[in-house]
Design a protein around this ligand. Structure first.
Ligand code: 3UK
Length: 541
């Protein structure tokens, strides 16, 4: 297949590291701009569009960000972002194209720092608060980071990094901290006149295995995700108040809690260290209308929802992992809300298959979000028909471009992004998640999707959490093994094993029942809420 070589605009970057390390054009996914909103001009700075344009439209007095300790209007956020830009450019002497690593929990200040980096034409490299020196060192090396902006409370970890670039702390009281330097700067900063396809973000995959991959995104990609899922599926507006748990360093959170609200003139609530109880209380306190979090969080919140006033909530979005039908039902019973499931990926920046309102089909993730196309391919790359499980393939305005990484060849094949998920499509074009491609369990010749067994187990009153994986077995190749966290008051003994096995056999085809069951106090998860199945398989749980 011949495809057009991407022709890039004239870069504003003086430091060309990012462009120099894009994958070769032949390895790019095909990019499609099939909606009128996606026809962006050649010169584009996403923060000029998200923030400066809002203030210029007269929305300066509206609330943009709400934190634990402060609330910022659009005008206040703009003033803060501009001062940070001045510090980055004048004090630190950074030039467009250089990389700034960001480390902090979800706060308005962390958000302002990310926006400032983009506005100054620098490249943001956001990182999760839980990362340790060794992991941060790998990211700093791979992205050749030039400077670090770090929440003062999280700075200790940076001390153990060899050759760490200069660090500026925020949220502390140090006389040489970011806030002190900002005080010396006059307000206005003109956004760097970046090309629409200048890299502005290198987001590292949460990586359940192996060396993290840096995914590179352009200024226009940041706007494209705002103009697809939230516009067409969520139909969010300036009256919306967005809340949720995903870190800003995870593109699920960056989009849902910062970019999406700014794009429509709404408000984002940024809170640190949220528990299910804490998020419910915060929804009530802030009258939030849209909530973003992972399925396990909704499951825990469903059990606690009765004690809270959730009448403000209009839409709840679940992503990051498959949404078990049992969790969708529990959430609806507790709140009356039909969950919006959506699959997204760091490589594609945000959600590309989903459904809302009357289009929701329980059990399915949904249909391609307007702006995206999807299909299911067999191992040879041929599309399969309805009802056949295969590899999910996606294309749209955003797509995978790894920073100098051979794994680009695995993710992008013939212009399609292959997410690594096994999916099935029905005759109406709905997409059903089955498993991660490498997580399909094959036992005595049967293909078994762990997610289906998990959905049954979650319906048993004794089960708080579970993960189902394949275990090597001499006789059957693999056997189904369930890892279970019991609710308080239940005991993981032989009788419980028998009870749960019988429960599964009665609900689905008996060959799918877990021949092995292990009980745990908790299951291993990433900071983004994903179950680390490889740890369950290798006995590291
Ligand atoms: C899995 C899902 C079934 C799937 C993400 C929303 O999760 C995000 O990005 P990651 O790079 O992981 C991507 C992988 O996670 N997944 C995500 N959502 C679902 N599986 N149903 C779902 N609804 O395996 C996918 O390939 O961490 C999610 C927005 C932005 C994101 N980065």
């Amino acid at each position: 297949m011949t495809r057009q070589t991407p022709v890039l605009g004239i870069s504003a970057h003086q430091d060309s590291f990012a462009r120099d390390h894009l994958p070769p054009p032949a390895q790019w996914p095909e990019l499609r701009f099939d909606l009128p909103e996606l026809a962006y001009p050649a010169r584009l700075n996403c923060v000029r569009e998200l923030l400066d344009a809002a203030v210029a439209r007269g929305q300066g007095a509206r609330t943009a960000l709400i934190g634990e300790h402060e609330t910022l209007s659009y005008a206040e956020l703009q003033a803060r972002v501009d001062r940070i830009c001045q510090v980055l450019v004048r004090d630190l002497g950074l030039v467009p194209g250089q990389r700034v690593l960001l480390r902090g929990a979800n706060t308005p200040m962390m958000a302002a720092c990310i926006l400032a980096v983009l506005k100054a034409g620098l490249i943001a490299v956001p990182t999760m608060p839980l990362l340790r020196a060794r992991e941060l060192g790998v990211i700093i090396g791979k992205a050749r980071v030039n400077a670090v902006l770090c929440a003062a409370s999280l700075s200790a970890e940076l001390e153990g990094i060899p050759d760490c670039p200069p660090v500026l702390c925020f949220g502390g009281s140090a006389p040489d901290g970011l806030e002190a330097r900002m005080g010396a700067q006059e307000a206005a900063f003109t956004a760097c006149d970046t090309a629409a396809d200048d890299v502005c973000l290198i987001s590292f995959t949460s990586g359940t295995t192996g060396i993290p991959k840096g995914t590179m995104h352009f200024h226009r990609d940041v706007l494209a995700i705002c103009d697809c899922f939230p516009r067409y599926t969520l139909r969010s507006s300036g009256d919306d108040i967005f809340i949720g748990t995903p870190p800003l360093a995870f593109t699920f959170g960056l989009g849902g809690l910062l970019l999406f609200p700014l794009r429509v003139g709404g408000a984002g609530v940024l809170l640190e260290k949220l528990t299910p109880e804490g998020l419910l209380a915060a929804i009530a306190r802030h009258r939030a209308t849209i909530c973003f979090t992972a399925p396990t969080f909704y499951r825990q919140m469903a059990a606690l929802a009765a004690g809270h006033d959730l009448r403000s909530l209009q839409q709840t979005v679940s992503a990051g992992e498959a949404l078990p039908l049992a969790v969708r039902e529990a959430w609806q019973a507790a709140t009356g809300l039909q969950m919006i499931d959506g699959i997204g990926a760091t490589e594609l920046l945000h959600i590309f298959i989903s459904a809302a309102g009357a289009d929701i089909r329980p059990g399915a993730t949904g249909k391609p979000v307007p702006g995206y196309q999807a299909c299911v391919l067999d191992m040879a790359g041929r599309p399969v028909g309805p009802g056949v499980v295969g590899r999910l393939a996606v294309k749209g305005p955003t797509g995978c471009r790894y920073l100098a990484d051979e794994r680009q060849r695995d993710y992008v094949v013939d212009g399609w992004n292959l997410t690594g998920d096994a999916y099935e499509m029905d005759a109406d074009g709905y997409f059903y998640y089955r498993a991660r491609t490498d997580d399909m369990i094959i036992s005595a010749g049967y293909n078994i999707a762990g997610a289906e067994v998990e959905d049954v187990l979650l319906r048993h009153p004794a089960v708080a959490e579970c993960g189902v994986v394949g275990q090597p077995d001499e006789e059957r190749g693999q056997i189904v093994q369930a890892h279970i966290v019991l609710k308080p008051g239940f005991t993981g003994d032989a009788a419980m094993v028998q009870t749960l096995q019988d429960f599964v056999k009665q609900a689905i085809a008996p060959y799918k029942y877990p021949r092995a069951i292990a009980f745990h106090a908790s299951l291993p998860r990433t900071e983004t809420g994903k179950l680390q199945r490889f740890k369950l398989r290798t006995g590291q749980a």
